[in-house]
Ligand binder design. Structure first.
Ligand code: DX5
Ligand code: ZN
Length: 228
């Protein structure tokens, strides 16, 4: 499996979350928004770390046949390292693990050993300081703006100081790290998140639940870009 290039670190990106897509016609859904998706956000849930189950490597393998996009996999699972190999084989380009599952340094090392890009995420109630020791070793910081597990929740604006702090640390230390925000991103919150310093915006329902998903993605991009 060859990897898809992520593109330049720090560039403004929209990564539609396929969790909100119609899984019955997933390839078609992804095709519809192809020209407006920089990456594809792939939410893997285990029913253990989060109270929901989504999909795993077999679905990613199938989707890989229909998309050449960078697969930005968000692992809401308790034991991410156990699945890195299968995810890589399925076509994952990047894996983001949650700080809350523990063994962060180990997961970073294991992902790197397989040549995967690696991100670390914090839930809304986890202080950003907890993940600061790992910033020099990762490719992506993911600040959750909802409690993970479900799409379509409301943006928690209390997480914005974490985004601002992360942006400050990235810029001051010239870290080669993208800053992603996930949960409740829409036309109203995209500019707020971008202004706080996020350069990678995940959006699920605000794209796939709309009558015209491509136009919705375009509008979110424009709103986010205008705020930078
Ligand atoms: C939530 C997932 C999100 C979700 C976002 O647990 O990590 O990626 O799909 O969905 P929206 O954009 O609808 O909040
Ligand atoms: Zn996600």
């Amino acid at each position: 499996m060859t990897f898809v290039d992520a593109g330049p670190v720090g560039a403004f990106r929209i990564t539609p979350s396929i969790l909100a897509a119609d899984f019955g016609v997933l390839a078609q859904e992804v095709k519809t928004i192809e020209s407006e998706s920089d990456w594809l956000h792939v939410d893997v849930m285990d029913g253990h770390f989060v109270p929901n189950i989504s999909f795993g490597p077999p679905v990613i393998t199938s989707l890989r046949k229909y998309s050449t996009k960078f697969f930005d996999c968000h692992l809401m699972i308790q034991e991410p390292s156990q699945y890195f190999e299968a995810l890589k084989k399925a076509g994952a380009d990047s894996c983001t693990v949650h700080y809350e599952v523990g063994k962060t340094a180990e997961h970073i090392k294991n992902a790197r050993a397989l040549g995967l890009r690696i991100g670390v995420s914090v839930n809304p109630d986890t202080p950003f300081e907890k993940m600061e020791p790992f910033l020099g070793d990762i490719d992506l910081i993911l600040i959750m703006s909802v409690f993970p597990g479900f799409g379509g929740q409301s943006f928690i604006s209390e997480v914005l100081p974490k985004v601002e702090r992360a942006r400050k640390l990235i810029d001051e230390n010239n870290l080669q790290c993208d800053l992603q925000i996930d949960g409740g991103i829409d036309l109203t919150t995209a500019p707020i998140a971008a202004r706080a310093g996020a350069n990678v915006l995940v959006a699920g329902n605000a794209i796939f639940a709309k009558d015209d998903p491509l136009q919705a993605a375009k509008d979110i991009r424009a709103a986010g870009l205008a705020a930078r």
